[in-house]
Ligand binder design. Structure first.
Ligand SMILES: [Zn+2]
Ligand SMILES: [Zn+2]
Length: 273
């Protein structure tokens, strides 16, 4: 049975993200047949250069493949989000002139200058344009990240930017405490990578004195917790598998727990975005 979040979310909000994730999973399955990624020895790259993998190596994402997936995403959005049709129309009027090579480069490098120019030309919000492009890239990113699932859990990995994904560079907003041993794993909802961080430790500022860290739970929803830091006022959403008793889809959990973000922010905490 679906979990009932303790706070009301806008009608259809969680459902939309579930549909989007299913659509992306289908794309990932299709692309897996042809997409090639040359596995890198990620640990020395991360330990020595202190930058996410995709900022360091070639991505091998083909612009024609991306073009195709992007058009399929726009078709999906016409169905799933008909209230955005005007923006989608603007995109479709300009799409033949898009430089998908430059778009991929901007998304990979997390540099939005080119996307700002595009949004102005298309006369739509940069946020909406970015949402569409980045979600079309995610199936590719997830295929790349699959190569590093085990390597990222290595005991000798030295990745000190706990809130930044070591593969794609996106910011993480949720973690889980693993059922077997309570190990905290940070989660990237963009490429689905997971990497370890200490338990009694602020992932934002590194504070680890018992007095500076605490957590907030919501009555009746004990598995979802907010870890908060008094030193930097940072917070981190966490799903405790030992309490919840099962693993959950953290992509959806992150969307469903918007009420925890609201609660944290009401109490003066920030995720330092
Ligand atoms: Zn990532
Ligand atoms: Zn802190």
């Amino acid at each position: 049975m679906d979990r009932q979040p303790p706070a009301e979310l806008p009608e259809g909000y969680v459902d939309f993200y579930k549909q989007l994730e299913s659509w992306q999973n289908e794309q990932t399955i299709k692309l897996r047949k042809t997409f090639i990624h040359h596995t890198q020895d990620i640990e020395p790259l991360l330990n020595s250069r202190k930058k996410p993998l995709l900022m360091q190596v070639r991505h091998y994402i083909d612009e024609k493949d991306f073009n195709q997936v992007y058009r399929a995403l726009i078709a999906f959005l016409y169905e799933a989000r008909p209230n955005t049709a005007l923006y989608l129309d603007s995109i479709m009027r300009g799409i033949d002139a898009f430089s998908f090579e430059q778009i991929i480069e901007s998304l990979i490098k997390l540099d939005d200058k080119y996307l700002q120019i595009m949004a102005t030309q298309l006369n739509i919000s940069e946020e909406f344009l970015y949402f569409t492009l980045d979600h079309a890239l995610r199936p590719f990113l997830r295929l790349i990240a699959e190569h590093y699932t085990d390597a990222l859990k290595s005991e000798t990995l030295d990745w000190e930017f706990y809130t930044i994904c070591p593969v794609c560079g996106a910011k993480s907003h949720i973690s889980r405490l693993r059922s077997e041993d309570g190990q905290r794993l940070m989660f990237c909802d963009r490429c689905f990578s997971e990497w370890p961080s200490r338990f009694l430790f602020c992932v934002h500022c590194g504070a680890d004195k018992p007095g500076s860290l605490s957590f907030i739970k919501i009555e009746g929803d004990d598995a979802y917790q907010l870890f908060v830091c008094e030193k930097c006022k940072g917070y981190l959403k966490t799903y405790d598998e030992r309490v919840g008793g099962k693993s959950v889809d953290l992509f959806i959990a992150n969307v469903e727990t918007v009420y925890l973000d609201m609660l944290a922010q009401e109490r003066g905490y920030t995720n330092h975005d």
